[in-house]
Design a protein. Structure first.
Length: 183
């Protein structure tokens, strides 16, 4: 849930370098390969959203590109298999009662992608994520990151933005990041 800013540093780098950067940053708190893969998938999805691609096209693309890259890295097949609902199936076809929101990295990623693919607005995606229950802040944050890239800041309900604790500090930080990125 804290890895998304890495996208702005890594997005234009080759895939192997993006993976290594993701591994280095995510391993600070979660070093297991399953966590690294989840962060890598999330950033790959986010990067394509940032590039303006369709969310369903991204999901389809990642089935092949992410699978192929993980095999190229010689990630153990049992670890890749853990991601079968994202890499082999059509997660958006699953009913809500088959989506878990426990805070476990794989559950969070699946829930967030499912929420994004089964809704049509920022608000719908985030509300669906938090209404799954369990670890609502993590699933909401991960979903909100993807939905924000897809739909844009202006689609976030103003009442949500105005209620943020330390909103001015967050806006100042975002402005500094934008300046550094030349935007």
């Amino acid at each position: 849930m804290r890895i998304l800013p890495l996208l702005f540093y890594s997005k234009d780098k080759p895939i192997a370098e993006r993976y290594e950067l993701t591994k280095a940053v995510s391993s600070i708190t979660h070093g297991h390969v399953r966590s690294v893969i989840a962060c890598f998938y999330y950033l790959e999805f986010a990067g394509q959203l940032l590039a303006g691609k369709d969310k369903f096209a991204i999901y389809t693309d990642l089935k092949k590109s992410c699978s192929d890259f993980l095999k190229f890295l010689s990630v153990h097949p049992s670890e890749i298999q853990q991601y079968s609902r994202l890499l082999d199936d059509d997660i958006q076809d699953l009913p809500a009662d088959e989506i878990q929101s426990s805070g476990y990295v794989l559950h969070t990623l699946e829930a967030s992608v499912w929420c994004l693919l089964t809704t049509g607005t920022y608000e719908e995606a985030v509300l669906k994520a938090v209404n799954l229950g369990a670890d609502t802040d993590t699933t909401g944050a991960v979903t909100g990151g993807l939905a924000g890239l897809l739909y844009g800041f202006d689609t976030i309900p103003a009442s949500w933005v105005h209620q943020l604790a330390r909103r001015e500090d967050i806006e100042a930080l975002a402005n500094r990041l934008a300046q550094r990125l030349g935007r």
